[in-house]
Design a protein around this ligand. Structure first.
Ligand code: ATP
Ligand code: MG
Length: 615
């Protein structure tokens, strides 16, 4: 988006028929809404630095000072008129608007409920002029090129509305939120924010490919970036980019969800639902993802003129946007962080456009990677380097013998040990407390929650099979019979086809007993009866169509729970290595089905630090 061509345009009153096309309504609700309008105007005027000064949470004063191209003296009074704008002049402009403002109403609306003063100077003037909105008085003033709008005593003349304002602290919080939203979208603009004479934030302008990441660190803190993955996605005329938090970064409240359409902050159900569905598999219950997403779309495909405050938009094709957002976030989250030097370097998504962040990331981000040479997962997992026995074994663990296996079984002959350097998740060393696998790789120690990891591996495998040839099942050598209620028996009888699709064969032995004859082969080592019972329970509660269709992933996730290796089960080194290899080959293997991490990496440097070893 570029503002330059608009610099010279005069401010004109809009024709009546165009006025009637513009979403009518009140734009000034509280100090933050005034601030939003003034920031929009400063950005539309090409400002590269904006200073915000507030008194009493913005109730006593909101001043916005910019270094944009200014307003000519003879235009000052027109700028305050209703329906006067320099940004559009006809219906066609309205339909493809690329500026933040276009209604020509904001300054008029603010001036009607406050004491407004407009000071401005263009490059053609030797000094500034200042206009008092209440009196219409205009006189010379000192100022560099740019504009200052000062809004004092908001709602002084409408006491009823003033009563609705909250405490100064709350109003200030809303104002800061507003600045944050603008600042995130415009890293190339510097922002200074003052309250009661105290500097609250000072964000310098950033240029170049890392500008967005740097600004996010300014505004949301370094921690946000550490726990976020970059998003880059092109879908025809649409581009989705930004950052999405990992499931581990999710919050109880949705207070770090920033979505922009063509640079404008919006609240939009299509977008938020698209994001939400990308997290379906990895985010538990009510947890709220964090994200900053920018959607760039042909302006004629989105209507920004549906709400007076422009916070809502209407897409011409909502589905297209939903899918793009969903895919963008999904593929970002699915990047196997294992073995990549930077998350952005994945081949799984569209290559980032020239302007997108590449190469160097803020230091904290590097924690994501194991930080060694491997660049391309496909190369790692492709047939050439496939480890003969571990990764190819269809089932894991290969033979879940009863708990009699010693934790540290005799190690395989040395030539069969994977070289720690060859594998992102390294070589298994031991099992800890029957819960964790300890493995060693190039750069340190890997700790794996074996139950969570195995569950994820099985779940992803079930999904892949479902989407492909269907879930592969395998007959049990000895059918597992169990006592069943009349409802369970009836349900099994009525749903043979649905059960079959889920890889299960359950036959009726008597009015009160059932037998499991086949189970999905990835679940063959699990408890067949518990699996059958839980699937029957789902079928009774929700019906086959929902279980197979809308709730398919939940069903498969529940099934995977029953396959997963339980805590306190002793594994051989071979079994542990098999799991590590399968994790490497599984998308999203680094979170369990409930969004918890499945593994962690502790670098040698961190271990050295623990032991104060100078290296
Ligand atoms: N900070 C500024 N720098 C330069 N020109 C400005 C500035 N603020 C306002 N203007 C001029 O005043 C006009 C009126 O501003 P106003 O905010 O009322 O309407 P708008 O931005 O055109 O539309 P909207 O009501 O949607 O915000 C703008 O069109 C612009 O030409
Ligand atoms: Mg405006």
């Amino acid at each position: 988006m570029t503002n330059t061509p608009l610099a010279a345009r005069p401010i004109r009153e809009l024709p009546d028929e165009l006025i009637s096309q513009i979403a009518a309504g009140e734009v000034v609700e509280r100090p933050a809404s005034v601030l939003r309008e003034l920031l929009d105007n400063a950005l539309d005027a090409g400002a590269t630095h904006i200073t915000v000064r507030l008194l009493a949470g913005g109730v006593r004063l909101i001043a916005v000072e910019d270094n944009g191209w200014g307003i000519a003296p003879e235009q000052l009074a027109i700028a305050l008129k209703r329906h006067a704008t320099s940004k559009i002049s006809n219906l066609q402009d309205l339909e493809s608007v690329s500026t933040m403002g276009f209604r020509g109403e904001a300054l008029a609306a603010v001036a009607s409920v406050s004491d407004l003063q407009l000071t401005s100077r263009t490059a053609h003037q030797s000094h500034a002029m200042v206009l008092q909105a209440r009196t219409g008085e205009i006189h010379p003033a000192a100022r560099e090129v740019g504009t200052t709008v000062e809004v004092q005593d908001l709602f002084f003349n409408t006491p009823a509305r003033r009563k609705f304002l909250k405490t100064d602290a709350t109003e200030l919080a809303h104002c800061l939120d507003t600045v944050r939203r603008h600042a995130l979208a415009r890293p190339e603009v510097g922002f200074s924010i003052w309250h009661e004479g105290k500097n609250l934030s000072q964000w310098r302008a950033h240029q170049g490919p890392e500008a967005t990441a740097l600004r996010m660190a300014d505004v949301l803190g370094d921690a946000f970036l550490t726990e976020a993955v970059p998003v880059h996605f092109n879908a025809g005329p649409m581009r989705v980019h930004g950052f999405a938090g990992t499931p581990a970064a999710a919050r109880a409240r949705g207070d770090q969800q920033y979505a922009y359409v063509n640079g404008r902050f919006v609240r939009d159900k299509v977008i938020s639902h698209g994001v939400r569905s990308a997290y379906d598999d990895v985010l538990h219950g009510q947890r709220q993802a964090v994200y900053v997403l920018f959607i760039e779309i042909d302006p004629t495909r989105v209507d920004v003129n549906v709400h007076p405050t422009k916070i809502e938009v209407r897409f011409r094709d909502g589905r297209e946007v939903h899918q793009a957002v969903r895919h963008a976030v999904e593929s970002a989250l699915a990047l196997p962080r294992l073995g990549q030097t930077t998350p952005a370097a994945s081949p799984a998504v569209n290559p980032p456009p020239a302007a997108a962040p590449t190469g160097h990331w803020p230091q904290a981000r590097l924690d994501w990677s194991i930080g060694h040479k491997v660049a391309e997962p496909a190369a790692l997992w492709g047939p050439a380097k496939q480890p003969a026995r571990w990764a190819e074994s269809a089932d894991w663990p290969p033979h879940m013998s009863p708990a009699s296996q010693p934790a540290m079984a005799a190690p395989p002959p040395p030539h069969e040990l994977p070289n720690a350097n060859d594998w992102p998740l390294g070589r298994a060393l031991a099992q800890l407390h029957g819960i964790y696998i300890l493995a060693e790789n190039d750069s340190g120690l890997i700790v794996v929650d074996m139950h969570a990891a195995h569950e994820r591996v099985v779940y992803e495998r079930l999904k892949t099979q479902w989407d492909g040839q269907g879930i592969e099942s395998q007959a049990l050598l000895i059918p597992a019979s169990f006592q069943a209620s009349a409802q369970e028996v009836a349900c099994a009888e009525a749903n043979t086809e649905a059960l079959q699709r889920l890889g299960l064969e359950i036959s009726v032995l008597s009015p009160s007993s059932l037998a499991v004859r086949s189970v999905p082969n990835s679940l063959a080592q699990g408890d067949a009866v518990a699996l059958a019972r839980s699937v029957l329970e789902e079928l009774q509660a929700h019906g086959a169509s929902q279980v197979l269709d809308r709730s398919r992933n939940e069903t498969l996730s529940t099934m995977a729970c029953h396959a997963a290796v339980r805590a306190n089960r002793h594994l051989t080194l071979e079994e542990m290595n098999a799991l590590l290899r399968q994790m490497e080959a599984t998308e999203r293997a680094d979170q369990c089905n409930h969004g918890r991490p499945t593994w962690r990496h502790i670098s040698v440097a961190e271990l050295d630090a623990l032991f104060m070893r100078g290296r």
